[in-house]
Each structure stands twice: as structure tokens, then as C-alpha cells.
Ligand binder design. Sequence first.
Ligand code: G4P
Length: 539
Amino acid sequence: MSQDVISPDRAHEIRAAKINGQAARRRTFAVISHPDAGKSTLTEALALHAKVIGTAGATNGKSNRKDTISDWMQMEKDRGISISSAALQFSYRDTVINLLDTPGHADFSEDTYRVLAAVDCAVMLVDAAKGLETQTMKLFEVCRQRGLPIITVINKWDRPGLDTLALMDEITERTGLLPMPLTWAVGIAGDFRGVWDLQRDRFVRFTRNNSGANIALTEYYTPEEAAASEGDVWTDAVDEAGLVKDSNLPFDPESFYAGKGTPILFSSAALNFGVKEILDTLVDFAPPAAPRPDVAGQLRPVADPFSGFVFKVQAGMNQAHRDHVAFVRVCSGIFERGMVVTQSRTGKSFATKYAQQVFGREREVIDEAFPGDVVGLVNASELRVGDSLYLEDSVEFPAIPLFAPEHFQVARSKDPSRYKQFRRGIDQLEHEGVIQVLRSDLRGDQAPVLAAVGPMQFEVVEDRMTHEFNAPMRFERLPYSLARLTTVDAIATLGLVHGAEVLLRSDGEYLALFNDVWALRRVEKNNPDLALAVIGTQS
Ligand code: G4P
């Protein structure tokens, strides 16, 4: 009796085909927005459409939303720090969608930026009444530097807001992206009747349903039917969208991928209007998980053995066990729980026995993950932000850059006898990427300057120093709000200037800190030869 034996080559081919197929099904994205634009509400609405949850809690308002699925950014009340994190995974049509959280609100921090290193696309959510706000622009800058394609969603169209064309002008002027409408609002802000689906040339009419707790009733009409039922409102929408199309480009996926144009969609996340259209756009046009370049610029094919990189390390998510979770974006191969991978920075092996998908407070053991997915590795205290992990064929992905800090405080140990613990704690938190640490001869080692993108990072440091490292500490706020990259020569020049100081960051960069933009301008004017370079994310 003969048995069919699959040759190793054939087995390899089958496995590669499986991984390629799974990677092609993945859409990994984040929502970038200013607080209150509706990110949590949209997350719930997306999950509702993808049937992850039965009823969206969004319209109940923040205060009643404690138990809903988007409760990512809720701070752990008793400790005052963020437990936020990770990725929400759901299927829609035949696609697996990974929505990575970009912590916002008060806990806006370096983590928010780092998440953008792990996604393939971003949805820029804009409040129709407010247009492009500061935090949106900062996050947009990071996306632009990473070359991420951006889908723009104008939200809260059920409320009075700006004029459509004014919004398009603002997008063009401030982001440089050409608006390429995929849908266009029918009815001015505050009178949202539906959208013109430009791809399919049809009117999608929305009907309010249970205040948005359920999927809105959606009906489709031909343009002729829409003209008959909506009259001037329809004609206005068609005229406006036509103007935008004429002055820019028709929707063109290539210009979207190249970061030249941005597809435009309109929504009311709170009423679940236009949400299906966002999901369809992700499925139809957002890039799938693709080969990632390594430090040398070589692409690692998705079907290669497992590889990934850590984009975030979170400690203290579980109060009972003070654990460290390292979030890894899978770049190639299949992640299988239990596999032993190599950490490229140290060459050490790391056992992935405890791998989880973490979402808010919910954790689920994960057994398998594909390129584009996010895996939370528990007890990963040796892993740092930016570390690459691999199986078999070694790879090192590019480091995640440090971002421009805007908040500065001196850290001091409250108890001089615990200085050793203090020092160890600060070092560990720096390695994890919780905070940037700046030093200078002038200030000495006892009182390093901690630098953060968002003030919440200081709270995390204080809490962990007290509870985890047993090294109570205090902060002294510094008046600086602006940093520039400079050289060692600046120490002598700026040492004498009021409202400025130069410190050395652990990555070897000298940072010149200034009270405000006026202090910076003064120094620039008086010292035209001094090197003062903008740091990546600054606008
Ligand atoms: P964020 O995560 O981006 O910070 O925003 P979040 O979803 O929490 O939404 C901020 C507020 O905006 C919420 O109101 C939410 O209900 C409301 N909102 C979100 N999307 C829409 C929309 O499409 N239309 C309208 N009209 N409102 C929207 P809140 O702070 O909870 O107060 P309340 O209005 O519910 O009382």
C-alpha cells in the first residue's frame, strides 16, 4: 500500500501560499485624530458593522461607555495610568482587519506615535465642525514621514459644521494631499441624508435608527431617483463633488499609496452613517500586509520564516501580576505560540509560551498570527521598543525613531538611601521607551531630566518608580516646551542664554531646549551658525 508523501519543497510551497494568502487578507490600520473627533465612537461603529459586538454604546456618551469595547484609553482609576492598548481584530467580508489603538486624550504620548510604525495605513478622522486640529496634524506628520497612505473621514456630519469645499481646501493646504472623494455628503453638515457613492454612482440613503446603537438602515438609489427625491440637495452634492474631482484627481489607488492623494469619505459615527463605506474602502483599497524593508533596505518577503518587531512595551496591565507585555507586529511567516524566536539586538532566544491578543482588559490566548497581526508577548521584560524578533533567517528591522519631546521635568529620588533603586528604575523605564532621559554635566547624574511627548508619561514613570522599583521620587517641572537637535558646541553658546539649555540624550543626540518659540528665534538670530535642527515630528 502506498501513501502520498509530500516532498519538503511542496510542503514549503503550500505553506508559502498559505502565508501569502493570509497576508493579502490583512488590513492593519490606526485612526489618527484629535481628542473628541469621534475615534472611540467610530471604533465601536466599525466593530458593530463587523459584528464583533451586538450594540454600539457610542451614543450613550463617554460616561456610560465604561463597559463597551472601545474602552481602551480608560485610565486605571486607582493608579492613574493608562492600561490602554493594542489591537482590535475583526473580520469583514473576507478580510481580517487589525485596528491598532493610538492612545489619545490626556495619555497622548510617544506610544501614540510608535503605533504608526506598525500599521500599513491610517484613517484621519476629522470633526466636520473643527477641521484639522493640532493633534491630528502632529500624527499626520508622522504618517507622512513613514509614507503611510491616508484615508480621510469627515465625521459628525449630522451636526452643523464647516462647508464641504472649505474642508477640502483646508486638507489640500495643510496636508498637501489632494482630496479624492469616494463618497460625498448629500445634505449640508447638520442635515445628513446620505452619501453619493462616486465609485458605484448611486445614492446611499441613511435612516436614523435607535440613536445609532444599531446599524443604520441603508437604502440605495440611482442618481435619477436621488434627484427626484432629494431635489436641490442632491444637485448641490453632485456639483460640489464634481468641482473637487475636476480640480484634483479622480480616485486613483496609486496616488493614494504614494501619499499624494487621500480618499475622502463622510460619516456620522454616532449614528452609524457611512461606516460600512469606511470598511469597504479599507477592504477594497487599503494596502495589505506587504514585505517590510530591513535596516539595509532589503525587503523581507511575507512568506519568509516568522519575523516581527516590538512597537510598544506595556507594564502593569494586570494589577495582580505586574507583567510586561511587548506588542509585536508580525512582518513575515506564521507566528505560532510556543515557538522560540531570536531577539536580534542581543542574539538571545525568547520563548513565546505566553502569547496573547490583548484588547482593553480582555485577553485571549493566541495560537497563530500572520503578517499584519499584532501579538502581545507576556513576561517580556527583556524586550524593548524597536527590537526585532525572528525565526531561522535573521533580520533586523529599522529602529523606531525617538520623537520630539515637548514636556520636561527633573526627576529626583525622594529618599537618598534608595538612589540605587532610583537609578535602576529610570534606566529600565528609558530602555522600555516609557520616557526619554537627558543628562548634562551641569545637572549631574542624581537629577536627570525626563522628556516626554505627552505629560501622561510622567505619571506612568512616577507610579512605576514608586510601586515597581520601590524608589519614591518627585518631579520639578522645567519651563521648556521646545527641543531642537544640536551639537556639542551648542553647550558653550547656550549655557549663557536665558530660557535655553543643552542636554545629551542617551541615543547620543544633543538636544537644545527652549522655553518657547521666541527664545528659539532669539538664539537663532544671535547665532546664525548654530546647528538647530527640527526633530522628526515637529511641524
Ligand atoms: P474620541 O475618542 O476621538 O475622543 O471621541 P469620542 O468617540 O469619545 O467622541 C467624542 C464626542 O463626540 C462624544 O460625545 C461622541 O458621542 C460624539 N460623537 C462622536 N461621533 C459623533 C458623530 O458622528 N456625531 C455626533 N453628533 N457626535 C459624535 P460625548 O463626549 O460622549 O458627549 P455626548 O455628546 O455623548 O453627550
